[in-house]
Design a protein around this ligand. Structure first.
Ligand code: ADP
Length: 147
């Protein structure tokens, strides 16, 4: 029998982690499995997972850079409106690659083949979050998975 091991990678390869969150609309629409499947098929590894309702204070902290935006109150209402699925994913180049797999913020501008490009139509209901840097990935994993 031939067994292929994807993990661990060669020692010299830098493995990083990112925080991926299926937002309330993604959970309510039954897209959790589809989203997990895309990251698994790409070759990334699920390190942690939690279903929970995001408290308002955590949502406001998470999106604090958007505090001055007119849509901020609606964004907080949306993120706290139902359960989210919080995940830590590990892999080579996973932060940037996950952002590519997710697609542009506005789903109508997201490329076909991306999660948002295939599965969403509204910026305010764009079903999934992915960290924008390795540092933010570490911070967000801590904030959400250890909350
Ligand atoms: P991304 O999630 O692609 O990194 P941003 O960090 O710019 O995008 O925005 C964070 C989230 O805020 C978006 O995913 C989306 O849920 C929400 N958002 C951003 N812009 C708008 C907008 N114009 N109207 C409503 N919601 C928005």
């Amino acid at each position: 029998m031939c067994v292929y091991f994807v993990w661990p990678t060669a020692p010299q390869v830098q493995v990083e982690e990112t925080y991926i969150m299926v937002k309330p609309d993604g959970v309510q629409r039954g897209l959790v499995g589809e989203i997990i499947s895309r990251f698994e098929k790409k070759g990334f590894r699920l390190k942690g997972l939690k279903l929970f309702q995001c408290p308002k204070e955590l949502a406001e902290e998470h999106y604090k850079d958007l505090k001055e935006k007119s849509f901020f109150p609606k964004l907080i209402d949306y993120i706290t409106s139902g359960p989210v699925v919080c995940m830590a994913w590990e892999g080579v180049g996973v932060v940037a690659s996950a952002r590519k797999l997710i697609g542009a913020t506005n789903p109508l501008q997201a490329e076909p083949g991306t999660i948002r490009g295939d599965l969403a139509v509204e910026t305010g209901r764009n079903i999934v979050h992915g960290s924008d840097s390795p540092d933010n990935g570490q911070r967000e994993i801590g904030e959400f998975l250890n909350y």
